[in-house]
Design a protein around this ligand. Structure first.
Ligand code: FAD
Length: 451
């Protein structure tokens, strides 16, 4: 038998990684701390437990990026997708899953695999040898979190996720918004125009504050505490502290001149910052929020220039341990400082059940190939799998790195297709057709033997 692969965490990512490696012929030990040590969100000791909603989101593999990721994982023989399909509930175009039989089936399949041994115990340190995948998720145990922080530096391991909403660049009205850094700071023109600005008049600002204060908010889960984020308060909490607080914080208008109407001094300005190297996504600076999703879209579309904004993801704040992967992981998801250790799942800075399982699938295949003395070709960035892994391991801006759902903004643009809302259907079909062909080729590619 080959060298053993140790996988820590039997959630979405760890379960899929274990399955992929075991199916490739590698001996796997799957370490899971539950049920001996629980988390505030998990209820059972099962592998593949869905902690909150029972949805894998859209199953449309032609027009939706997460649907495409489903397609790619099915094509790769993914355990999580096959089990989800077997326990599917009626939910229109979405893939909803009967969560208990789903987790029981994942557990049963892994336990009965001849190449998999399970070990229920907490791993509290980063090992110095062996081959490992850490897939310990957003609720990584405290002791392991401390060990990871010692290795990476505390500033490169986040424990909370204060997510500002992310907007598709093409949906921003550039007849209203303009590009400018505050006080035109920066050496190069690119730096001087690093931000996109949306101006507000006094009545617009007042209406915005009223809407913020009235919007539906979510509460913190038990075990989460708001005390952690004094440095990044939700905007509605800032608004509650005083109607002018935001105007002196993330919405301050100073150092900015409206390029369309230089004579008009904006009363407040909302700034957006580029979120990826492709320039297809912008995040709204300082706009982390606990508003419910429906309310967020309504409130943010009150911002001049964002009336027709489409969101790659909405804002939120919750307990979430994740690495600054763009600086810490190499393109094969190995920790640069300890390449015998890979990370997978939500702890790498992807967000969601499906994305986490996808990163587990990839890490499992990459680790198995390495153990078997083979090297897989790089995953094409035009596939959903490749777009995600490229984003977390280098495509994202490291300084503002926040967990990311798969979305078409991560895909290299297709040349020659119509932009904007009108061209969307054709463009998305173009993305998914291209991805399917390249993913099929990648799966079929002969592996180079390296040892
Ligand atoms: C409260 C909450 C609600 C969420 N709701 C949704 C949702 O509705 N939809 C969605 O798509 N995503 C949701 N997410 C995100 C969700 O957690 C991830 O999408 C997904 O479960 C992550 O998969 P994962 O495999 O990376 O982590 P997990 O599925 O959490 O698996 C990690 C596993 O590692 C184990 N573990 C942790 N530390 C150790 C250790 N030291 N030793 C051994 N084992 C360890 C944990 O017990 C756990 O089983 C939610 C997250 C949270 C925290």
């Amino acid at each position: 038998m080959t060298e053993t692969l140790h996988i820590v965490g039997g959630g979405m990512a760890g379960s899929e990684a274990a399955w992929q490696a075991a199916e490739a012929g590698v001996a796997v030990v799957l370490h899971e701390m539950r049920p001996q040590i629980g988390t505030f969100a998990h209820q059972t000791g099962n592998f593949g437990e869905m902690v909150c909603s029972n949805s894998f989101r859209s199953d449309d593999d032609e027009q939706n990026a997460v649907g495409l990721l489903h397609w790619e994982m099915r094509r790769a023989g993914g355990l999580i997708m096959a089990t989800a399909d077997a326990h599917r509930l009626p939910a229109g175009g979405a893939l909803a899953v009967d969560r208990e039989p789903f987790a029981e089936a994942v557990t049963q399949t892994l336990r009965s695999h001849p190449n998999i041994t399970t070990d229920h115990g907490e791993i509290t340190d980063l090992p110095t040898e062996g081959k490992w995948i850490f897939a310990t998720g957003p609720l990584t145990s405290a002791r392991l979190g401390e060990a990871i922080a010692r290795e990476t530096g505390a500033d490169r391991l986040a424990f909370f996720d204060a997510i500002a909403p992310i907007v598709y660049a093409e949906s921003i009205d550039m007849d209203v918004a303009w590009l400018q850094s505050r006080y035109d700071k920066g050496e190069t023109e690119e730096e001087q125009k690093a931000y996109l600005n949306c101006p507000m008049t006094k009545p617009q600002y007042e209406a915005f504050i009223d809407a913020l204060l009235a919007a539906d908010k979510t509460e913190f889960h038990e075990g989460e505490t708001a005390g952690y984020f004094d440095g990044c308060l939700p905007i509605e909490v800032m608004a509650e502290r005083g109607r002018e607080t935001l105007r002196h914080g993330p919405m301050k208008p100073i150092g900015l001149t409206n390029a369309h109407r230089p004579a008009d001094k904006p009363y407040a300005v909302v700034q957006l910052r580029r979120d990826n190297k492709l320039g297809t996504l912008y995040n709204i600076v300082g706009f982390q929020t606990k508003m419910k999703y429906g309310a967020q879209a309504d409130v943010f579309r009150m911002i001049p220039g964002l009336e027709n904004a489409r969101f790659a993801r909405l804002g939120g704040i919750h307990r979430n341990t994740f690495l600054n992967s763009p600086t810490l992981l190499d393109h094969e998801m190995r920790l640069k400082s300890r390449p015998h250790i890979r990370f997978a799942g939500q702890v790498t800075g992807v967000e969601g059940y499906v994305e986490s399982a996808a990163m587990g699938l990839l890490a499992g295949r990459l680790a198995a190939a390495e153990i078997l003395g083979r090297r897989l070709p790089p995953v094409p960035p035009e596939t959903a799998m490749g777009a995600l892994v490229t984003h977390i391991t280098g495509g994202a801006e490291a300084k503002t790195f926040q967990p990311m759902n798969v979305n078409f903004g991560l895909f290299p643009p297709l040349e020659g297709l119509r932009g904007g809302r009108k061209g969307r259907k054709e463009r998305y079909k173009g993305y998914t057709d291209r991805a399917k062909a390249l993913w099929s080729d990648w799966l079929a590619a002969p592996e180079a033997v390296t040892a």
